[in-house]
Design a protein around this ligand. Sequence first.
Ligand code: ATP
Ligand code: MG
Length: 385
Amino acid sequence: MKTILLRMGELFLKGENRSFFENTLVNNIKLKLSGLKYKLEKTRGRLLITEFDDCDELVCRLKKVFGLYSLSIADELLAEVDEILNYFKKIDVYNKTFKIDVNRADKTFPINSMEMAARIGEVVLKQNAKARVELYKPDLLFCVDIRSNGKAYVYHEVIKCQGGLPLSTSGKALLLLSGGIDSPVAGYMMAKRGLRLEAIHFHSYPYTSPEAKQKVLTLAKKLSEYIDEIKVHCISFTKIQEEIHSKCAPEFMITLMRRIMMRISERVAKKNNLGAIITGESLGQVASQTMQSMTVTEQVVMDLPIFRPCVGLDKEDIIKIAKDIDTFETSILPYEDCCTVFLPKNPIIKPKISKVLNQEKMLDIESLVNEALEGEEIISIVNEN
Ligand code: ATP
Ligand code: MG
């Protein structure tokens, strides 16, 4: 019987919490596979999928489930010596080189792994006089996994999956999602650590176009392939930018904007029970991403952690992930972000908090924040597979 074997990465490390992680993973898998025909079974250390029709579609979706480490498409046999040897009697290796790899998870199986591999090898060679065993670079690899559920699984390939932790097992957080390359990657990286996401996006309509907003929704849609569903809180930043532009020194524009973005983000996070704020900042990438800028920006966030998973990555590394998760092509579409609209010529690179506070005295921040929150538009994006 054809079976898809699923391996559950880091879950082994979790001791007492293991069943919580496993159950969450199973629920996430069921959600991901909805609409498809299959049967899912738990055994020690593995999940098994049988009775399916569309193997390609199943594998394609399973590769987007966090917490799954790898999978293999296998033939399921009874874990009995003769049964396994009979299976190999019907295998033709077409004069190619081959390797038999036996893993005996069930130590009550009467023959050890090495010996079983040798016995299988003999059977194969008997049918295929020109075939040859090759341990390093065989044309054909046969892995035989003998499990303690009384079954053995034969497969050729281990297909890498996402790894990470099952979605939800770390809680929920708010992603600051711009239209750029970095923030979708940051969201993906934290989702992979078990965080469900909501997103917040600041736009400066009519200075920014409706296409710029649509681009962000497209990015959210791409992320939803991994996290099922993502609510996007769209906030107009226009009035705030106009106020800063008319009342404050231009070189502080970005710092002031970012502090207000953070204040609004924290309010949205608190209201929606989101336990952290995520940004796509990377140290030194632009003026607003120096240590000093980050210090001044994060001071306004009272009691949530800020996660910046891209902080230590080179742009090249970030782009590689963006390509892997298929957000790159959307991110490079040439629509302006709200941050670029009133961009000063010489932004301050190492802002001093005292000077920033002086600038903020020119603004009625509390009312600006409240007004922005009143105009919040929430768009729910659901993955349709
Ligand atoms: P990105 O590629 O993610 O846009 P960036 O390199 O352009 O990042 P900045 O514009 O300084 O850098 O933004 C830093 C981070 O601030 C972004 O990664 C994102 O998390 C957040 N951010 C910036 N602009 C917005 C916006 N318009 N709406 C929501 N979050 C934003
Ligand atoms: Mg940006």
